[in-house]
Design a protein around this ligand. Sequence first.
Ligand code: C2E
Ligand code: MG
Ligand code: MG
Ligand code: MG
Length: 282
Amino acid sequence: QAKRSGRNRFQFYSATMHEETRERRYIEKELQQAIEQEGLSLAYQPKSDMECRRIVGIEALVRWNHPELGWISPAKFIPIAEESGLIYPLGQWMLRSACAQNKAWQDAGFEPIRMAVNLSPYEFRQENIVEKVQQILQDTELDPQWLEIEITESSLLDHTENTMKTLEQLKSFGIHIAMDDFGTGYSSLAYLNHFPIDTLKIDKTFIDQIASNVKDAKLVDAIIGIANTMDLIVVAEGVETYEQLKLLEFFGCHQIQGYLFSRPVPADAFEELLNKYKTVLP
Ligand code: C2E
Ligand code: MG
Ligand code: MG
Ligand code: MG
C-alpha cells in the first residue's frame, strides 16, 4: 500500500513543503521590514483580581498588521522569527516599547502597574540578556519593579548555571519573573522549587474545560494548591466564562487574564480600562 502510493505521496509532500518554504521566506522578509520600519504594534491585556474589579497587571503582546495579508498571529510569526534570528531585534523592540509605554502611563499620572513582556527561550539564553534588559530599563527610565518577564518551561530546560544566574540577576534588580503557559511544556514541579519565580500562569488549555470536565478541574485545583504552598501568585490564562471564574476563585486562584475581563487592546483603549478600573498591586 505504502509502496504503491509512495511516489505520488512524495510529489505531494514536496510540493507542499516547497510552498511552505516559500511562504516562510516571504514572511521572514516582510517581518524584517516590519521590525525596521515600525510595522509592528503592541496590544495590552489586563490581569484582574478575582472580582474583576481591579487591574493588577498588564501583559504586552506583539501585533502585526501586514499591508496585504492583514493581521498575522504571533503564534504564526514568532516561530519563524525564532528560526531566522529575527526574534532578537523583535524582542528588543517589544521590551523597549513596553517599558516606554509603561513609563509614559506613570508620567501621565496613572497608578504604577507591572507590565509583563514575553521572552522567547532564544532571547533568554543570550549571554548578554541581562545587560540588554538593564540597558532598556535605563534608557526608558522605568523602575525595574514595574517590569515582569514571562518565560516558558523550555527556557529552563537546560538547567545550566547560566539559567540560574540570569534569573537571579534579573530578580536582583527587582524584576518579576512569571512562568508562562504552565503545564504545556516539560512541566516539572522541580522548576517551581529550584528557580526564583514569582508568578505561575496556568495555560488556557487547562482552563478551557474546568467547568465541564472534572479531571481538568481537579488538576487545576491541585496546581493552584501547590502554587499557593510555594507562595507563588497564580494567574489563570484564557478565562472566558463566569463559571470558570467562580471555580477558579473557589480553588484559590489569585488573578485572571482572559476575554471575560478584556481582550488584548491598543494603548488608547487600555487607558480607558485604567480609568474605569482602579489599579492595585497584588
Ligand atoms: P501567551 O503569552 O500565552 O499569551 C496569551 C495569548 O492568549 C494571547 O494570544 C492572547 O491574545 C490570548 N488570549 C488571552 N485571553 C484569551 C481568551 O480568553 N481566549 C482566547 N481564545 N485567547 C486568549 P496572542 O497575542 O495571539 O499570542 C500568542 C502567543 O504568542 C503568546 O502566548 C506568546 O507565547 C507569543 N507572543 C505574543 N507576543 C509576544 C512577544 O512580544 N514576544 C514573544 N517572544 N512571544 C510573544
Ligand atoms: Mg505570555
Ligand atoms: Mg501565556
Ligand atoms: Mg498561553
